[in-house]
Design a protein around this ligand. Structure first.
Ligand code: GNR
Ligand code: NI
Length: 169
């Protein structure tokens, strides 16, 4: 097990499109285990492989209060999304300290493999539905700030770059 470094916006590697996992083997299970440890350590409710610079379709999520209900999605695909949408504030481990409103479907159905390579369909609503859509965007190289206005996005970009300069100094 290991805690992996998380890429920070505007790192260009956050825009790489992830490739499907070819087979769920011990390498993939090891990565999933490191991603879960990294997500729990960072107090996040989800983490996409893209955020730890691995460009494969793997996501881990835990929206439970007790932080003891890990969900692993390998090669996830949204097979249905509700037409009903709501705007809610989102944050991202790759854009620390920034929270802003994003519109998402209230409910989604996701088809994905688990760590055994078993395919199943999950019906998600509430926070889980928001998190699933946020994580699947990461796999497509999309960060939530890209839904905000160019003005807001540029302010966020400058703030992150300034902070990264200060952290290095
Ligand atoms: O920890 C996280 N919280 C969160 C809150 C509202 C909407 C989405 C999220 S996902 C985020 C973790 C993360 O960055 N996953 O990619
Ligand atoms: Ni994120």
């Amino acid at each position: 097990m290991a805690i992996l470094p998380i890429l920070c916006y505007p790192d260009p590697r956050l825009h790489i499109v992830a490739k499907p996992v070819q087979g769920v083997d011990d390498r993939v299970r090891g990565l999933v285990s490191d991603m879960l440890e990294t997500m729990y350590d960072a107090h996040g409710i989800g983490l996409a492989a893209t955020q730890v610079d691995v460009h494969e379709r793997i996501v881990v999520i835990d929206v439970s209060e007790e932080r003891n209900e890990p969900l692993v999605l390998i090669n996830p695909e949204i097979v249905w999304a509700s037409a009903e949408k709501h705007r809610g504030d989102e944050g991202c481990l790759s854009v620390p300290g920034i929270y802003d409103g994003v519109e998402r479907s209230d409910s989604v159905h996701v088809r994905a493999m688990d760590v055994q390579g078993q395919s199943r369909t999950i019906e998600a609503d509430g926070l889980l539905a928001v998190c699933v859509q946020h994580e699947l965007d990461h796999l497509l190289g999309k960060v939530f700030v890209e839904y905000l206005s160019p003005l807001k996005r540029n302010r966020i970009k400058s703030k992150m770059l300034k902070r990264q300069r200060e952290d290095r100094a």
